[in-house]
Write a protein that binds this ligand. Structure first.
Ligand code: PGA
Length: 314
């Protein structure tokens, strides 16, 4: 991966937060993160912050991000243009709100009924309205025979079926193995395994289309990304960014991921964290002389106990 590459760090807020005021508060924090990591000095990469909130919060986020490099996306779109389709949101509506990216084919939408066919129609709607699409693909589970690779190929082929070669510049692929989404046991793909998948996806694109599409397509990774695994995923997985679920609900955790990716080495980050922790403890103790005094008292009484328990020589 080249130094100073621009990485897309997309936060999928899913069905959170609960209220518009919470969304507004978070948005202002993401706005600051976007400014900080757009061109952080000495950074390995510049980061493009993208937040995909639930539909009702899109305008609020657009207002909060005004004048900042942070982008607002959407989590889904209708396959229809408009008209009598209760509950649907058309791509033209999202375009008019200034949405830059729309996630399509997320496994949680596929589980709710989106087929490859419907995903390909939605993708067409997004492209038609000059918006970028984040197309999610990924296997439900893995098998030793490698059948899951064929499943991904079929998914990719069917989802991209309606696009012409010129449309591809507006598509980003998010490789999200379904078995790795929403896990609490640190089961995300390793950077090494991810790199194999990225090579495989590019090979499929080369077979299906051409060399230029295969090499220029941006590929993100999604599925239980955390501050612990983000560095390995980005720098060993050779991806162009992340699609983050739960770790992106909290601006602090999201920022931690950005910092770990952008700063020169992981060791550096750990050192910085240790220094900050040490300094905070010193500061807190200074602020709290009572705590210091009680610590001294404990040490004195321990010394007394030690002395009295020594055998007495006559
Ligand atoms: P997760 O979700 O990071 O919470 O696993 C990822 C996603 O659903 O895109």
């Amino acid at each position: 991966m080249h130094k100073n590459k621009k990485l897309l760090i997309a936060a999928n807020w899913k069905m959170t937060p609960a209220t518009v005021s919470e969304a507004r508060k978070k948005a202002f924090l993401f706005r600051e993160i976007a400014k900080r990591y757009m061109r952080a000095p000495k950074a390995k990469a510049s980061l493009q912050v993208l937040v995909c909130p639930p539909f009702p919060f899109i305008s609020e986020l657009k207002a909060a991000f005004k004048g900042s490099p942070a982008l607002v996306g959407a989590q889904d779109v209708s396959e229809f243009d408009g008209g009598s389709k209760t509950g649907e949101v058309a791509s033209t509506m999202l375009q008019s709100l200034g949405v830059s990216h729309v996630v399509v084919g997320h496994s949680e939408r596929r589980a709710a009924g989106d087929t490859d066919e419907r995903v390909s129609i939605k993708l067409g709607q997004i492209i038609r309205t000059n918006t970028h699409a984040i197309l999610c693909i990924g296997e439900d589970k893995r098998d030793e025979e490698g059948e899951y690779l064929n499943a991904i190929k079929a998914q990719l082929k069917a989802s991209l079926a309606r696009l012409s070669n010129t449309d591809f510049s507006r598509v980003v692929i998010a490789y999200e193995p379904v078995w790795a989404i929403g896990r609490t046991d640190n089961v995300a793909l390793s950077g090494h395994d991810l790199h194999q998948m990225v090579i495989y996806i590019r090979k499929m694109l080369r077979d299906l289309y051409n060399d230029s599409i295969a090499t220029s397509m941006k590929i993100l990774y999604g599925g239980s990304v955390t501050p612990e695994n983000a560095e390995d995923i980005i720098w060993n997985g050779e991806v162009d960014g992340l699609l983050i679920g739960r770790a992106g609900f909290d601006p602090k955790t999201y920022e931690e991921i950005c910092r770990i990716i952008a700063l020169p080495t992981h060791a550096n980050v750990i050192m910085r964290q240790a220094t900050i922790k040490k300094m905070t403890t010193i500061k807190n103790n200074k602020k709290n002389p009572k705590k210091e005094k009680s610590k001294e008292k404990t040490v004195r009484s321990m010394k007394r106990v030690k002395k009295s328990s020594k055998p007495k020589h006559r």
